[in-house]
Design a binder for this molecule. Structure first.
Ligand SMILES: [Ca+2]
Length: 238
């Protein structure tokens, strides 16, 4: 950020684009400069010495997410070689907690953005589908730091996630064994051919539908049970 006047203009613009406060943007700018070595852009290797990421089992996926053109809203696929401060803020905004002052529509939009980001993290080849292999890959990485969980258990957990997705998939299958592509039943998952989980892949609309349904169910459970955290604190639909 350059001269004082233009810098404050720039900060105002970034506040509008990202939802961060001007103080937060200043803090993140200092962090960005520290990471980049006072350069205008950051490359992947600049993340190598971030202590907070050192022990994170999905460190490589988090770093990759910063350069994913889909998250940067620059292209439907591919990775950027380097990112500037505004790009950095765009990605950091996905990690921002949901603001309690938001109305219901804003909360919904914010949740969707976060889920889209998560989907892109799973969909490592950017083909718009999460395969069982990609699910396994993330779960195995997540659990790799836990010495009590063996690789086989991690695979079982990933398979369970895909089984849940596949149960939606099977519901969408026509009698021919191929996905029913009528407009009234949008394709949630596709299988070629047959409903086995090995052949299943999950699209973004399917992923959003499944996770949001699961989250709504969990919130209803939380609101409905006295004595459980969150009881009585829920807004309708939130
Ligand atoms: Ca994929």
């Amino acid at each position: 950020m350059g001269a004082a006047h233009s810098a404050s203009e720039e900060v105002r613009e970034l506040v509008g684009k990202t939802g961060f406060s001007s103080d937060q943007i200043e803090q993140l700018h200092r962090r960005f400069k520290q990471l980049s070595g006072d350069q205008p852009t950051i490359r992947k290797e600049h993340f190598n010495n971030v202590p907070d990421l050192e022990l994170n089992p999905i460190r490589s996926k988090i770093i990759r997410a910063f350069f994913d053109n889909r998250n940067l809203r620059k292209a439907p696929s591919g990775l950027a070689d380097e990112i500037n401060f505004e790009d950095f803020l765009t990605i950091m905004a996905y990690f921002r907690p949901i603001d309690t002052a938001m109305d219901e529509d804003q909360v919904q939009l914010c949740r969707r953005e976060k889920l889209r980001f998560l989907f892109h993290m799973y969909d490592s080849d950017s083909d718009g589908r999460i395969t069982l292999e990609e699910y396994r890959n993330v779960v195995e990485e997540l659990l790799s730091g836990n010495p009590h969980i063996e690789k086989e258990s991690a695979r079982t957990i990933a398979d369970g996630a895909m089984m849940e997705a596949a149960s939606v998939c099977v519901g969408q299958m026509s009698v021919s064994g191929r996905p029913d592509r009528t407009e009234s039943t949008p394709v949630l998952l596709t299988t070629v051919p047959g409903p086995g989980t090995e052949q299943c892949s999950e699209t973004l609309p399917a992923f959003l539908t499944r996770v949001e349904t699961h989250q709504r169910f969990q919130r209803r459970e939380r609101c409905a049970r006295p004595g459980r955290p969150g009881f009585g604190a829920c807004r309708p639909g939130v």
